[in-house]
Design a protein around this ligand. Structure first.
Ligand SMILES: [Zn+2]
Length: 190
């Protein structure tokens, strides 16, 4: 951040009175431009026939991680709820009709100043199609997941939690809620 969005004057980094962190402060109008973590919100769309469970993944048509697979997710917009963001991103990226279920995972990624949330979701039908940010959208069983081609560690961890829980659900238990702090870049999780 270089210029004040209120008056276009150059900003300087300083610790304001009664604060403990460096902030971008406008030397002309005095506005302090706080920067806080961004929310990335998505869903885990499941198509479950009873004997076969498949999750919908999107192959990214945008950087970063072009060509890698991800769950439908994206940055939360102002004026929407986390559930609305998860639904919107699933429609935009996968053209999928889902029924949103409970919040499943929360992953802190402090080195990029992000918090990722994933909701469980039930695919209502198989009428889905790649949106403009996806090259391809398809269903995967756990055995088919391309673990070496997953775009982000938050997605790999969420999928691992999900399939582990799914096995427990088959054995009569319930889905849990999973939180994890990812403190450093992980290129690939196996
Ligand atoms: Zn200003």
């Amino acid at each position: 951040m270089k210029y004040c969005s209120a008056c276009a004057y150059p900003l300087s980094l300083q610790i304001p009175p009664d604060d403990t962190r460096l902030r971008h402060v406008c030397g002309q109008c005095g506005v302090i431009h706080y920067q806080n973590p961004k929310m990335v919100v998505g869903s885990i769309p499941l198509w479950d026939t009873g004997d076969k469970a498949q999750v919908l993944l999107c192959r990214r048509a945008i950087e970063p991680r072009y060509g890698f697979w991800t769950l439908p997710a994206g940055f939360m917009e102002n004026s929407e709820t986390t559930a609305e963001a998860a639904l919107r991103e699933t429609v935009e990226e996968a053209g999928a009709h889902i029924e949103l279920q409970s919040l499943f995972s929360m992953l802190n990624v402090p080195h990029v100043d992000q918090v990722h949330l994933y909701y469980r979701a039930r695919l209502v039908d198989l009428d889905f199609a790649a949106g403009v940010e996806s090259l391809e959208v398809r269903l995967f069983t756990e055995a088919e997941i391309p673990w070496n081609e997953i775009a982000f560690a938050t997605v790999s961890h969420t999928l691992k939690f999900f399939f582990a829980d799914l096995a427990s659900v088959r054995a009569g238990q319930c889905f849990g809620f999973h939180s994890l702090d990812i403190n450093r870049p992980e290129s690939t999780i196996k």
